[in-house]
Design a protein. Structure first.
Length: 393
């Protein structure tokens, strides 16, 4: 791993965490001179100061699906914990659309109807979700586009995500470096991309192609419509049927779930996945264990805790009608309608031993306790020998 690059990433990560721990919202302290609601009787000297009423109200957190483990296991709990710390007493109305855009539309309409004051929306369909944003903003409800960019002629107030084109580049660069190290002169690669309705999937694909094009031959390419492993498995079965067992050298998959499906198809066809490098994303436990076993070559790890906590800080500030600390916002992303103020975090490629510009499992998900205090124990269950060899403890 490049030491200077790792140092920069660590510094940025530490700075963001410091902001969140110290109180990331500028001006969030209550003003001592604010007037409360009175009865019309003037306060007399020496009388007890009237305490302002406790804040009340609600916000909405709308996530897109549960097929990818991160949403229920990380995004939701990290967001809720930080928001409750920063804005105690405020209700969080939570819904998961399970990859059905129409359901998410109904969930959003219900949240708007009950008067939520802020909406955090991770869209199933980035284009159709523009209607949700426009409806919310017509009611003066600010919207944070979380993880996936919302388009559809809308202007969400903020966007919090990762550099998603960089995700695809990291996947492709790691795969190409592995093939070069293995002596594969003219690599033939299959590609299984993510859902076409997910703007992030489009960016992953663009990033990967920016590395692959002109350097490899893409022998088959398709998309898992709903990010489901079984969809990827069916696609890989079709690829193998069309190409033959020896018709490709490596397999690009957009995330760990689809990687698992593709690897299952390879194994069922009698192909040793250890000899066909594969990509993934999200550092899911199953994906990390496949890397330990040598069945998956690389995943892309996205530190979800700072992403979710920065979003909670934004949501709390917006709820209070205050401007967030400007140091939280580090860029702008154009959604086709406007430049959206954004918080963009840096993704990290992870391999078993940190080859090239990647980080090792031990120095990333284990060091960060990504799955909780017992992360190493969870990873190593059934993989004890591999963990010992990889210095995971």
């Amino acid at each position: 791993m490049n030491a200077s690059r790792a140092s920069t990433r660590s510094t940025l990560y530490a700075a963001l965490l410091a902001l969140l721990v110290a109180g990331p919202i500028a001006g969030c302290k209550k003003k001592s001179g604010d007037a409360g609601s009175g009865s019309g009787t003037a306060a007399t000297a020496g009388s007890a100061e009237t305490k302002p009423p406790a804040p009340s109200g609600s916000i909405a957190l709308l996530l897109p699906e549960s097929q990818t483990a991160r949403y229920e296991a990380a995004d939701r709990p990290f967001f809720e914990a930080k928001f409750k710390e920063l804005c105690p007493g405020i209700e969080i109305k939570y819904s998961n659309a399970n990859q059905v855009a129409a359901d998410q539309q109904q969930q959003a309409e219900s949240a708007i109807a009950v008067g939520v004051k802020v909406m955090v929306l991770d869209p199933v369909d980035g284009d159709s979700a523009g209607v949700i944003v426009n409806t919310a903003k017509a009611k003066n409800i600010p919207v944070i586009s979380y993880d996936r960019l919302i388009k559809g002629g809308s202007t969400p107030d903020y966007y919090v995500s990762f550099d998603n084109e960089r995700v695809g580049k990291l996947q492709a660069e790691a795969l190409l470096a592995k093939l070069t190290a293995d002596g594969v002169a003219k690599p033939r690669i299959t590609m299984i991309n993510g859902s076409p309705t997910d703007n992030n999937a489009t960016l992953f694909k663009q990033g990967a192609h920016s590395v692959f094009d002109g350097k490899v031959t893409i022998v088959k390419e398709d998309a898992a419509a709903n990010w489901k492993p079984e969809e990827a498995q069916q696609l890989m079965e079709q690829f193998i049927s069309a190409l033959g067992k020896d018709g490709f050298d490596a397999a690009y998959q957009a995330n760990d779930g689809t990687a698992g499906g593709a690897i299952a198809a390879m194994k069922a066809a009698g192909i040793d996945p250890k000899k066909r490098p594969t990509t993934g994303q999200d550092a899911e436990l199953a994906g990390i264990q496949r890397i330990l076993a040598g069945e998956q070559y690389v995943t892309v790890y996205k530190r979800i805790q700072p992403q979710a906590e920065a979003t909670a800080a934004l949501a709390c500030a917006l709820f209070k009608g205050e401007k967030p600390d400007p140091t939280l916002v580090n860029g702008k992303v154009n959604n086709g309608t406007a430049d959206i103020p954004s918080i963009l975090l840096t993704p990290i490629a992870v391999t078993l031993d940190g080859a090239g510009d990647t980080e090792s499992i031990a120095d990333s998900v284990v060091k960060d306790k990504f799955y909780g205090p017992d992360s190493a124990a969870q990873i190593c269950k059934g993989y004890e020998a591999a963990c010992t060899a990889a210095n995971i403890k």
